[in-house]
Ligand binder design. Structure first.
Ligand code: HEM
Length: 403
């Protein structure tokens, strides 16, 4: 394990030495300094909180703010303040009571009951993509063939993107998340996509249909909480929050189950085990662990350490989810453990709105892939995969598979 020099706030993010485990420093920090200072790439010094109990404690504490436009918010890259202020803030970046009013508008779309009604058509969609894979390969890149299209097509369908526009929508979202896309191309694609979402929201405002955006517009008319810009911001958040995250979990899920053949055999024999396997995958990777960043609004103590008003903090999910106090043998991948108390979806009022949908998509994709392609395996050694070590959302760039 590398040694942490507590006198000199170490650089954050810390590096993973193994693609299947969080940085080794977290273990030492949990034992010796569970609330400690780190230096972000921007040069800003913030608090890193690594233990399961303390992470949950901070994320339910009303004394922290999620306001991403706060000058001390722990962003990993420098964003000019005027650019930050230009982004419509909704849900993820606002605090109660405003947050409660925004969230109330979209909660009905993501309940377990509502999401389960989507099972048949999501299964059909995934089946279609598997058939395309079988026609195109072997070898195919799982990321392009399955991981990216699934969340994009699902949210497309939910938001009422006309079928004729699905291909265009898919091209934009895939280009945005393709690691070979240049920054210029990415910026231009982003503008086109946001422009498209704006038109979609305008159409829903003029003639609301029975889809997510239509129902959101109608519900919003009763309360008048969101203006047009905020409605577009909400559409944008729903698309982006669920796309790269779910896509990376699909890729990591396939690779990890292939790396644990006995556990894969167990879920193959009994697909009803898959929801538990999905929970363990979410815990094991905690791919969006930097999203749970906050700023203290008043002086507050966490685990005996004073965090002053205005100081930033990151309650790091991948630290919490490998805490031996909360999970026995936390570094073992074990689909039978019952990992439901993980914080991979965050905790408290901002806990992931789309978690039931993400769980369903993962369950359907993993079960369908391993059932329809029994010989599915990596086309390259796992050591040759390129993991996203420097990205905000952890994942894999390409996953060549064969069968
Ligand atoms: C495996 C996939 C996913 C992971 C790991 C994930 C993770 C997270 C995390 C950690 C947060 C908390 C952020 C915070 O506390 O500030 C969050 C919030 C959120 N997620 Fe997810 N997410 C996933 C999928 C989705 C999907 C599919 C959707 C919707 C289509 C979605 C929509 C949201 C929204 C809207 C929020 C903000 C909620 C709020 O502030 O009230 N996510 N997600």
């Amino acid at each position: 394990m590398s040694d942490v020099d507590f006198a000199q706030p170490p650089a954050f993010p810390m590096q993973r030495s193994c693609p299947f485990h969080p940085p080794a420093e977290y273990e030492q920090l949990r034992a010796e300094s569970p609330v400690s200072k780190v230096t972000l790439p921007t040069g800003r010094v913030v608090w890193l909180i690594v233990g399961h109990r303390n992470v949950r404690e901070v994320l339910v504490d009303p004394r922290v703010t999620s306001d991403r436009t706060h000058p001390n918010f722990p962003l990993l890259a420098s964003v000019p303040p005027e650019q930050l202020r230009a982004i419509p803030q909704t849900l993820i970046g606002v605090d109660p009571p405003e947050h409660t009013a925004h969230r109330r508008l979209v909660i009905p779309e993501f309940t377990v009951k509502r999401v389960q009604t989507m099972r048949p058509w999501i299964t059909e969609l995934v089946d279609g993509l598997v058939s395309d894979m079988l026609k195109a390969g072997p070898v195919v890149d799982l990321v392009q063939a399955m991981s990216l299209p699934v969340p994009s097509l699902v949210i497309c369908e939910m938001m009422g993107v006309p079928y004729a526009d699905h291909d265009q929508f898919q091209t934009w979202t895939a280009r945005l998340l393709n690691f070979t896309t240049s920054p210029e191309q990415r910026a231009a694609t982003f503008q086109e996509l946001v422009g498209y979402l704006d038109k979609l929201v305008t159409a829903a405002e003029e003639d609301p249909q029975d889809d997510l955006l239509g129902r959101l517009v109608v519900k919003n008319r009763e309360s008048g909480v969101l203006d047009h810009t905020n409605l577009v911001g909400m559409a944008r958040l729903l698309l982006f929050a669920g796309h790269e995250t779910t896509a990376n979990m699909i890729s990591l899920g396939v690779v990890t189950l292939l790396e644990h053949p006995e556990q894969l055999a167990a879920v193959r024999a009994d697909p009803a085990l898959m929801p538990k396997a999905v929970e363990e995958l979410l815990r094991y990777f905690s791919i969006l662990d930097v999203a749970t960043a906050r700023v203290a609004t008043v002086d507050m103590e966490v685990a005996g350490t004073l965090i002053r008003a205005g100081e930033g903090l990151i309650a790091i999910g991948s630290g919490a989810n490998r805490d031996a106090e909360a999970f026995e043998n936390p570094d073992d991948f074990d689909i039978s453990r019952g990992a439901r108390h993980h914080v991979a979806f965050g905790y408290g009022v901002h806990q992931c709105l789309g978690q039931n949908l993400a769980r369903l998509e993962l369950e359907i994709v993993l079960n369908t892939l391993f059932r329809r392609i029994p010989g599915l395996r990596l086309a390259v050694p796992v050591g040759e995969l390129s993991f996203k070590h420097d990205a905000n959302v952890y994942g894999i760039n390409e996953v060549p598979v064969t069968w």
